[in-house]
Design a binder for this molecule. Structure first.
Ligand code: 1MF
Length: 182
């Protein structure tokens, strides 16, 4: 994944647990890098190792860390140069989610190494959807829960709920369905 992701993980972990814990996490994860360069590509194993090490060091479940990271990502990207891109993606919650694939196409145009997930929306009435998330990466459904909750906060949808319905693997894709209501 692009360094921007690892940089954001560093931002969340130092904010929540402090610099000393971050140093310990990096050490345990076997990460040598002093800094993550946002536009450089890093092996996905670095990201997974950071989350695994963070879970051991902080005693917080990896799934809870991933969810917190998803929430944080929405704030972090808005504060690190992507506010305009996020604003263009939609003026309300459902519009934004429906435009996520377009957003990734736009980012992928600049960053050819991007391996974007895809998000498919099936509307249920005017305040619900079945969201289908398809990714080459395993285990990130908890992050999507955080991302969607983060978007709910961004768009002042206080009553938003999201529930993971199921996850399956098809060929080299991981597919999860969520019931989202707001
Ligand atoms: O392959 C990748 O490196 C990658 C990185 C980030 C793929 C996707 C993403 C974004 N995505 C992270 C979870 C991925 C889970 C998975 O792969 O299954 C979050 C998508 C998302 C969902 C809900 C709401 C908002 C979301 O993200 C908005 C977004 C998406 C991409 C970027 C920023 C905001 C982005 C911007 C620049 C990037 C990389 C990603 O790289 C650059 C480009 C230029 C200069 C510096 C870094």
């Amino acid at each position: 994944m692009y360094g921007l992701v690892n940089h954001a993980i560093q931002g969340l972990l130092t904010k929540e647990f402090g610099e000393d814990k971050w140093a310990e996490i990096k050490e345990k994860a076997g990460v040598q890098e002093e800094i993550f360069v946002s536009m450089q590509q890093y092996d996905d194993s670095i990201t997974y190792n950071l989350v695994g090490a963070a879970s051991e060091v902080t005693k917080v479940d990896a799934a809870d860390l991933l969810e917190a990271f998803g929430r944080y990502w929405v704030l972090f990207t808005a504060e690190h140069g992507y506010a305009e891109m996020l604003d263009m993606a939609g003026g309300n919650f459902v519009e934004f989610v429906e435009n996520l694939n377009q957003l990734h196409i736009r980012v992928g145009g600049m960053m050819p190494g991007l391996v974007p997930p895809s998000f498919d929306v099936e509307r249920k009435g005017d305040k619900g959807m079945i969201l289908t998330y398809t990714s080459k990466r395993a285990g990130l459904a908890p992050m999507v829960i955080g991302l969607i909750k983060g978007l709910g906060e961004k768009f002042d949808e206080q009553d938003l709920t999201i529930e993971l319905l199921n996850t399956k693997q098809e060929e080299d894709n991981w597919i999860s369905e969520f019931d989202v209501n707001w």
